[in-house]
Design a binder for this molecule. Structure first.
Ligand SMILES: O=P(O)(O)OC[C@H]1O[C@H](O)[C@H](O)[C@@H](O)[C@@H]1O
Length: 472
C-alpha cells in the first residue's frame, strides 16, 4: 500500500487501491486526534463531499468516526463545492472541515482535504501533525477498525450552506451590474460539485444562462473535470454559436475556474488574474498588495510596481496564498493553475467567485475580456506564459531532482540568468524579463516547466533549452 501523505492539496488515492474505507477511516481518526488535541471538538467540524463515486458514503463514514470521537459534525446535505465547505467553517464557527474530493484528477481517484479553523487549505505543519497521527494509529494497530460497535458521543447535524454562500457572494460581486447588462452566459460545472451554483446566482442576477454538464457523472463524461482550453471545447462552441458574452466553467470541486471569452478564446488564469487586479485597482478603487505563487505571471508585479504596491511570491499551493489574504491584507491572490480569492472572502480558492467576477468585469466595462487584455497590454506590455508537464520514470525523477539541486546555468537559450529563487523548485530570471521555473508537481507524477516571456517564440526557445539542460 502507498504511504498516506498530504501533497500540494490533500491526500489523493485511487479508489479501491489506496482510497479504501479502511484508509479513509484511518485518516478521519487522525483528524479527530488533531481536533481533540487542539480542543476544537466542541466547535465541531464540517464534512463536505463532491460528486465522485461513493463520495457521500465516504463522507458519512467520516462523520460517524468523528462523532464517535466526541466531535460535533456538520455534514452537508448534498455534494458541495470546496469553497462553500470552507465558508461553512466560518458560518458554523467550526473547528475546521473535511472535504472529500480529488478535485480535477481522473475519475478513478478520490481525495481528502483538511480545512482548518481559518477556512483555507491546511498548511504543511498541520498536515504533518495529521500524518504523524496516522503513523501512530498504524503503530497501535487501530488502522483498519470499522468501529461499528462504538456508539457516537456527539451528534451529526445536516447542513446546506448553499443559500448563505449565495448571500455572501452577493456581497462580494456586483450582481446588479450583471443583471443590468443583460448578459448571456454559458456555464459548464463539468458534472462536479459546483452544479447549480453559477446557474443559480447568474439567473437570480438577471443574466440569461445556458448550462451544460449539470448532472452528476462520476466518470465526467470521459474527460477530466479540469477547466482547461482542451476540455472546454463544447462550452466554447456554445459560446460562439449561441452568441454568449462569456463561458464560465468549474473543476470537479468548483475551486478552480475556466473562462471562455465571447470570441471563443480561452482566458488563462495568468491572463485573468492581472485583469482582475486591474479591475480592483482601477474600477473598484481598491489599493492593496497582491499575492501570487512563484509559477504565476509577473504582469501582476508590473501593475503593483506602478502603484508602489507589494507583491507576495509564495510556493505553489493555495494554502500559501490563503495566508497572504488572511495576514498581509492582499486584495487578490491567485495562481496559474486556476485558483483565486479576494479580500473579504475565505482564504480558499473559489471558481464560482472567479466566474462571477469575470461577469462583473464584462458588465461594468462593457467590453470583452480580450479587449480589456489589449487595454492592459497597452499600459503594461505583453507577457505570455506556458506550462509544460513532463512525465518521467521514477528513476529519471530522482536523477532530475538531483540535477535540480545545483541547477544554476549562466544562460538559457542565449539569455543571461540575472537572478534565481528557490521558493519552490528552481526559478531562473533571465535578461529581458523572461523567467522559467522547474518543479516536481505535488499532485501528479510529473515535472512542470513554466516559462514566461514577451513572445511565444521566446517561450519555445527557453522550453527547449531547459529540457535539453535537464535531459528531459
Ligand atoms: O503543481 P502541483 O503541485 O501539482 O499543484 C497544482 C495545484 O494543485 C492543487 O489544485 C492545489 O490546490 C493548487 O494550489 C496547486 O496549484
Amino acid at each position: 500500500m502507498k504511504r498516506i501523505s498530504f501533497g500540494t492539496d490533500g491526500w489523493r488515492g485511487i479508489l479501491a487501491e489506496d482510497f479504501t474505507f479502511d484508509n479513509v477511516r484511518l485518516v478521519a481518526r487522525a483528524v479527530a486526534r488533531y481536533i481533540n488535541a487542539h480542543n476544537l471538538a466542541a466547535k465541531g467540524i464540517v464534512v463536505g463531499y463532491d460528486n465522485r463515486f461513493m463520495s457521500e458514503r465516504f463522507a458519512s463514514e467520516i462523520a460517524r468516526v468523528l462523532a464517535e470521537q466526541g466531535i460535533t459534525v456538520y455534514l452537508t446535505a448534498r455534494s458541495t463545492p470546496t469553497p462553500v465547505v470552507a465558508l461553512a467553517v466560518w458560518l458554523q464557527q467550526a473547528g475546521g472541515a473535511v472535504m472529500l474530493t480529488a478535485s480535477h484528477n481522473p475519475p478513478e481517484y478520490n481525495g481528502f482535504k483538511f480545512i482548518p479553523e481559518y477556512a483555507g487549505p491546511a498548511l504543511p505543519h498541520i498536515t504533518a501533525e495529521i500524518e504523524d497521527n496516522i503513523r501512530q494509529l498504524q503503530g497501535t494497530g487501530t488502522t483498519g477498525e470499522d468501529g461499528r460497535t462504538v456508539s457516537s458521543k456527539a451528534s451529526v447535524i445536516t447542513i446546506d450552506p448553499h443559500s448563505d454562500y449565495a448571500e455572501h457572494l452577493a456581497s462580494l460581486v456586483d450582481l446588479n451590474a450583471i443583471g443590468k447588462a443583460g448578459l448571456k452566459i454559458a456555464v459548464d460545472p463539468m458534472c462536479g460539485a459546483g452544479v447549480g451554483y453559477l446557474e443559480d446566482l447568474l439567473t437570480r442576477a438577471g443574466a440569461e444562462v445556458v448550462a451544460i454538464h449539470c448532472h452528476r457523472d462520476p466518470l465526467f463524461g470521459g474527460s477530466l473535470p479540469e477547466p482547461t482550453a482542451k476540455s472546454l471545447q463544447e462550452l466554447r462552441r456554445i459560446v460562439v454559436e449561441g452568441g454568449a458574452r462569456l463561458g464560465l466553467a468549474l473543476d470537479g470541486d468548483a475551486d478552480r475556474f475556466g473562462i471562455i471569452d465571447a470570441n471563443g478564446e480561452f482566458i488563462t488564469p495568468n491572463q485573468f488574474l492581472p485583469l482582475l487586479y486591474y479591475h480592483l485597482l482601477t474600477f473598484r478603487g481598491l489599493e492593496g498588495p497582491v499575492a501570487r505563487t512563484v509559477a504565476t505571471t509577473h504582469l501582476l508585479d508590473r501593475m503593483a510596481d506602478r502603484k508602489g504596491l507589494k507583491v507576495f511570491e509564495t510556493p505553489v499551493g493555495f494554502k500559501y496564498i490563503g495566508q497572504c489574504i488572511l495576514e498581509q491584507g492582499v486584495i487578490v491572490g491567485g495562481e496559474e493553475s486556476g485558483g483565486l480569492s479576494i479580500q473579504g472572502h475565505v482564504p480558499e480558492k473559489d471558481g464560482i467567485l472567479a466566474g462571477l467576477l469575470a461577469a462583473e468585469m464584462v458588465a461594468v466595462h462593457g467590453k470583452s475580456l480580450t479587449d480589456l487584455l489589449e487595454d492592459i497590454a497597452g499600459e503594461y506590455g505583453h507577457l505570455y506564459s506556458e506550462r509544460l508537464d513532463v512525465h518521467t520514470s521514477p528513476a529519471d525523477k530522482e536523477r532530475v531532482l538531483g540535477v535540480l539541486q545545483s541547477f544554476m546555468p549562466e544562460e538559457v537559450a542565449g539569455r543571461k540568468v540575472t537572478g534565481s529563487s528557490s521558493v519552490d523548485g528552481v526559478k531562473l530570471l533571465l535578461e529581458g524579463g523572461a523567467w522559467l521555473l522547474i518543479r516536481a508537481s505535488g499532485t501528479e507524477p510529473l515535472f512542470r516547466i513554466y516559462v514566461e516571456a514577451e513572445s511565444h517564440e521566446e517561450i519555445k526557445e527557453i522550453q527547449a533549452a531547459t529540457r535539453s539542460l535537464l535531459g528531459i
